[in-house]
Write a protein that binds this ligand. Structure first.
Ligand SMILES: [Zn+2]
Ligand SMILES: [Zn+2]
Length: 271
């Protein structure tokens, strides 16, 4: 059975609603020209290709050209016990699947939150029906239900040294993936949109909506930050190409304190 892909967010749909619920939500947007759908076959015919590039030892970024939907960069984390595909893109083709398979078995596919579902069930199909983990509290956003989907909540060690955790914030189920062996064993955080690596590469942001600029409260920013400070990490990868290359845990705290100070009104004299 074929499925549809929302042109704007790149999320797969089993049926054709009037509008993609993820894009109609206040955190996303529907184009002025209206809802548009596509298919994998159509994107391939338009010249889309997916490719994989190394980011550091045992970590790869997967993107499509042009960027499908939101245009995130998926991450493939490789460990001695298996690999995890994080924030799957809204496009997949055979050559990139072959590249992923050559690096070893993918044991789980996980999106940090519904904006990053991409064509996750399709990736699972191509990789041998790998389990797709979806946060229990966000499962109502799933538009292509499938037996490969398993819900989860709280915290889960997917593989030794690879911990999926759920600070919430951007979505109630918003997740991060902590990789203890990353960054030469100093630790890596794959942060999705839970914590957004800013283009200055020196700070991060905490928002309910990034495209529509809707901030989270001071209390939620503190909760998310305190949750993440339990982990040791030096580097943080957002779901685009932005990276906080080093000292990311300190950057997280400094950015949280800055956000909280601004929403509290500490800097109103500057406005
Ligand atoms: Zn959409
Ligand atoms: Zn998002």
């Amino acid at each position: 059975m074929t499925f549809l892909i929302c042109r704007t967010c790149g999320v797969e749909h089993a049926a054709r609603p009037d509008v993609c619920a993820i894009c109609a939500d206040e955190r996303q947007w529907v184009p002025e020209t209206g809802q548009a759908w596509t298919t994998l076959e159509e994107l391939a015919a338009e010249g889309y290709t997916a490719s994989m590039t190394p980011l550091e030892a045992d970590l790869y970024g997967i993107t499509s050209t042009p960027g499908a939907g939101i245009g995130q960069q998926s991450k493939l984390v490789c460990t001695a016990d298996g690999n995890v595909l994080w924030d799957p893109i809204g496009y997949v083709d055979d050559p990139v699947v072959d590249e992923v398979r050559r690096l070893g078995p993918v044991v789980a596919i996980v999106a940090s939150h519904p904006h990053m579902y991409g064509v996750q069930v399709e990736w699972s199909r191509r990789l041998g029906n790998v389990p797709v983990l979806v946060a229990e509290s966000d499962v109502h956003w799933l538009a292509r239900p499938d037996p490969v989907v398993r819900t989860w909540t709280g915290e889960r060690e997917l593989l030794p040294g690879l911990t999926l955790s759920q600070p919430g914030g951007h979505f109630p189920g918003s997740a991060v993936l902590h990789w203890a062996e990353g960054a030469q064993s100093k630790g890596v955080l794959l942060s999705g949109d839970t914590v957004f690596a800013n283009p200055d590469r020196l700070s991060v942001a905490f928002m309910r909506s990034y495209p529509n600029h809707l901030p989270l409260s001071a209390a939620v920013v503190e909760r998310v930050t305190a949750h993440l400070e339990r982990f040791a990490f030096d580097r943080l990868y957002g779901n685009f190409a932005h990276v906080i290359a080093s000292d990311a845990r300190a950057v997280l705290r400094a950015s949280a304190d800055r956000h909280i100070a601004w929403v509290r009104g500490d800097h109103d004299d500057l406005t």
